[in-house]
Design a protein around this ligand. Sequence first.
Ligand code: HEC
Ligand code: HEC
Ligand code: HEC
Length: 422
Amino acid sequence: MMRKLLLATLALGALIGTAKADPDNFDQVARGRYLATAGDCVACHTGSAGPGVAHAVPDLESSYGYAGGRAIETPFGQIKAANITPDRETGIGTWTADQFYTAMHHGQRPDGTHLYPAFPYTAYTNVTRDDSDAIFAYLRTLAPVQNAVDRNTLPFPFNIRMAMIGWNMLFFREGTFQPDTTKSAEWNRGAYLVEGLGHCGSCHTPKNFLGGDGDHLAGGELQAWYAPSLTADKRLGVGDWSEDEIVEYLRTGRNERAAAAGPMAEVVQYSTAKMTESDLKAMAVYLKQPAQAVQQASAPAPLAADNAQMRMGRAIYEDGCKACHTDSGQGIARMFPRLAGSQSVQQPGSESILRAVLQGAKAATTDMAPTGPAMPAFGWRLNDEQVAAVATYIRNSWGNAAPAVSTEDARKMRDRLADVVE
Ligand code: HEC
Ligand code: HEC
Ligand code: HEC
């Protein structure tokens, strides 16, 4: 009798063991799918679309979104995202839920080797065990894709994975998100998403020369873009945006103030546009009321309008930009972004502006805002001096104030863009 009971308990134990991450548990899989979207795994893990096609458009509906191989640019070189479909040879088909959690939480593979923080485990460490298991259950339901990814593409000395032990000691704060009981449930949900799966800080927090974090969400350069400050600072961050404006931007990629291009257009398209209204609202609430009060940045003095660079910039603006962004820099709501009072135009780094002028820009396409309006490229008709002048002009007109952009900055950006393999 005892023996039978023991066996029954053991069997039940085994059942619960697998139930932790169970691909047949519909509720858990659906939740995991949503959480994988909130984590934007496909933005990096998208793989080959099949023979002859280098990289699929990240696809949430198919395994190829997770088959790996896309090269992630870092200041230290390119790192290719892994195959995380359940293929037993080239993916994570042999992993257990525990091993998956170890990767998400500690940044380590089952054999103990260290993952690079190009995989944002520095943020995903916040994810609860329950949510990690749900994501794993969802990944188990994908069709396995055989795609061997060369995982060691970094040059010496960064190819030494052991070095990550030292890096982790310096820069990695491991630990599941701890709710702040003095704040509302909504605020805590927002904090959990922004700091965890949303990994907003991987782009919006500036990095030091070793890739460690600087001031939290204060804005930073990445891949020749500038991710603006997301602090509650009114001049440079989202302090002046309403919660509704933040939600609209995350849901559709644009609002009256700004339009999401480049890496942020991808974040919107594959992740935030597919999140629930209540989760977007929670993130907005958290961003507007950070745990630590922000020191409001004081504005630099704007350049004088009769400065030679400003005069040149004004002429170019009237000729090439005014038709869309309007004389007063107000733009046209949800079509042509407002440049006057724009946070992104006044960031310390001018990368995103130079990019827009040189290459043109295309707003994110989402179900809510299907055809994104586009901005034409000016790189072919303006030289570096002219590009710098018009960038300087929009940064210092209509009440805007930001450091001037040099001809050298424009030249460097043109060179960088020529190198970028899309
Ligand atoms: C910003 C890009 C990026 C995002 C977003 C991202 N990953 Fe990754 N991931 C990587 C890179 C790059 C690697 C390879 C790192 C290495 O080789 O050290 C990786 C590795 C992994 C690994 C280790 C696989 C192995 O075989 O070693 C797992 C598991 C993983 N990612 C899961 C996820 C999940 C789940 C998500 C979404 C919740 C996600 N990743 C989002 C870039 C990303
Ligand atoms: C892969 C990098 C990346 C990630 C991850 C990312 N962002 Fe961004 N974000 C950017 C870049 C780059 C821009 C500037 C886009 C532009 O100039 O059009 C931006 C712009 C924004 C803006 C507009 C700011 C302004 O002043 O115009 C908001 C708001 C924003 N991001 C919120 C978020 C939130 C919230 C998250 C996390 C859920 C997030 N971002 C994750 C790169 C990123
Ligand atoms: C045909 C209309 C059009 C013209 C002409 C035009 N733009 Fe734009 N511009 C747009 C649109 C549309 C966007 C939004 C695209 C996106 O970034 O998603 C944009 C975006 C921008 C941005 C990024 C704003 C932000 O919030 O991130 C800057 C900066 C900019 N334009 C400056 C200029 C300058 C300078 C000129 C002239 C040299 C110019 N534009 C000419 C339509 C135009």
